[in-house]
Design a protein around this ligand. Structure first.
Ligand code: FAD
Length: 456
């Protein structure tokens, strides 16, 4: 059984009390110790172990990737490049064949979407997954390749010799120091380990978003009927506008085999300004007249909150340090809401740099900079660079989503109304309605800013 694999792997014998790094009895030194068994850490551990490095993977939770539970949509085509046909090795939920965006006002939705049976063929475009299944499978691969995984090990800090990272210290009850030539921090959004070690500046409240999410159980046939899906196929819907009440944020709906995931979030600074809680945003979405019928009769099985670093390209901190690399969310490698693939790929590139460093017995910044070079050349950073202006625009003009969703809904509503008036007069009437929400000059200025972003 999948859940038994880590029980059969014997953990290393651990000292039983806390000791300072300097006088602890020399434990076995690893080539690399990886903190966090989410997609970034488990991928790094897998690729390093596969290349013959001696790897220790430490996870504070009771299962890999415990920080962000629930489900997600993974871009399968990209993950397939790293883990060919990975969907054959673990149980995913649905093949996503319907991608929608809904611009919501208080009572309506203007929607744009794409659905195609072509998306149902392997290699799939997107798969909805339960994180626990995906992350456990990935960590199991790392273990099968030779890495050692220790669950329930909370890393308290990075051990430094001058500026060189030389290992990590695990908090009580294990209170153990683990030494390594290379430390990879993959501890997720808002990496306190990197911050406390003075390796990165604190993540700002404007660049960190907090999402509330809820899993609602429904029979598979009901989900397929409500979302117009063939059996086994799924939908991913981005929700824009009304859910975040004029602040910088979004919501989403994902379908799983027998449940729906609904989430909403915005930047930490927006919560402070708006006086909302993450739960308030979720309730706004759930009560929306276009969304409530999709959830009707469902039973809440999971509720939680999690952070996403959404600062974009310009918020990426220094990722390479003497004897240490930072990957995944800890490195702010998130594009929009998508982070799982970026985490996996950054783990892969970190492993490549680790392999070269080990071959040359050189774990200096100079040698490890290969990691940053590979990232820079990859689709990950190229796409983040392309989207950098969009992230800034969204942060500087947080009203855009809400205002233009309301505007689009008002225009659409008036267009479908059948007033007894000539079309020419109706057009003027609609224009007056729309410009009463935002004056023409300001609409033109917003369009100009958006065009500048689109032009790149
Ligand atoms: C609500 C929400 C919805 C999302 N939806 C999607 C989506 O649909 N598609 C997508 O691609 N991405 C999505 N994301 C983003 C995605 O979840 C992350 O980008 C991805 O999980 C990052 O992987 P990671 O390995 O860097 O970090 P994580 O997945 O956060 O893993 C970090 C791991 O480190 C462990 N850890 C942390 N601190 C320590 C410590 N001190 N000691 C030991 N272990 C530690 C944690 O327990 C955790 O297991 C979503 C995020 C949120 C919050």
């Amino acid at each position: 059984m999948m859940s038994d694999w880590f029980k059969t792997k014997k953990p290393h014998k651990l000292p039983t009390r806390a000791q300072p790094a300097t006088d602890a009895p020399a434990p076995r030194k690893y080539d690399a110790v990886v903190v966090g068994a989410g997609p970034a850490g488990a991928s790094a551990a897998y690729f390093m172990a596969r290349d013959g490095l001696d790897v220790l993977l430490l996870e504070r939770g009771p299962f890999p990737g415990a920080k962000t539970c629930g489900g997600a949509a993974i871009i399968a085509e990209q993950a397939h490049e790293l883990f060919p046909n990975f969907w054959e090795e673990f149980s995913y939920e649905r093949i996503v064949t319907r991608l929608d965006y809904w611009w919501l006002s208080e009572d309506s939705a203007v929607t744009a979407g794409f659905t195609s049976s072509r998306l149902s063929a392997a290699p799939y475009n997107r798969l909805s997954v339960k994180r626990k299944n995906l992350y456990t499978w990935l960590a199991a691969k790392a273990v099968a390749a030779g890495a050692t995984l220790l669950l329930g090990h909370h890393v308290a800090g990075v051990l430094l010799d001058g500026y060189q990272a030389v290992g990590v210290r695990v908090a009580p009850p294990q209170s153990t120091d683990y030494l390594a030539d290379l430390v990879i921090l993959a501890d997720g959004a808002n990496s306190l380990l990197a911050e406390r070690a003075g390796l990165i500046p604190p993540v700002t409240a404007a660049n960190l978003s907090l999402y509330a999410k809820e899993t609602i159980a429904l029979p598979p046939a009901t989900i397929e009927e409500r979302f117009c899906l063939p059996p086994g196929q799924g939908a991913a819907i981005g929700l824009i506008g009304y859910p975040t009440a004029g602040y910088n944020g979004t919501g989403s709906i994902h379908t799983f085999h027998d449940s729906i995931n609904i989430s909403a979030g915005m930047s930490v600074s927006a919560y402070a300004a708006g006086g909302f809680s993450p739960g308030d945003l979720l309730e706004r979405i759930k009560k929306h007249p276009r969304i409530q019928p999709l959830l009707d009769g469902g039973v809440t099985t999971e509720y939680g909150a999690a952070m996403i670093p959404e600062g974009g390209y310009h918020a990426i901190p220094p990722l390479v340090h003497p004897g240490l690399l930072i990957a995944g969310d800890a490195a702010s490698l998130v594009n929009g809401i998508h982070g799982i693939n970026l985490a996996m790929w950054s783990g892969f590139y970190a492993a490549k740099a680790a392999f070269e460093a080990k071959k040359n017995r050189d774990f200096s910044i100079r040698k490890l900079s290969l990691y940053r070079t590979l990232l820079d050349e990859s689709f990950i950073l190229q796409n983040m660079r392309t989207n950098a202006k969009a992230a800034t625009l969204q942060r500087d003009r947080p009203y855009l989503f809400d205002l233009y969703s309301r505007l689009a809904n008002e225009a659409a509503y008036q267009m479908v109304r059948a007033y007894p008036m000539p079309v020419k007069d109706k057009r003027k009437f609609i224009w007056r309605k729309v410009t009463s929400l935002q004056p023409v000059g300001k609409i033109a200025a917003d369009i100009w800013q958006v065009l500048k972003v689109v032009k790149g």
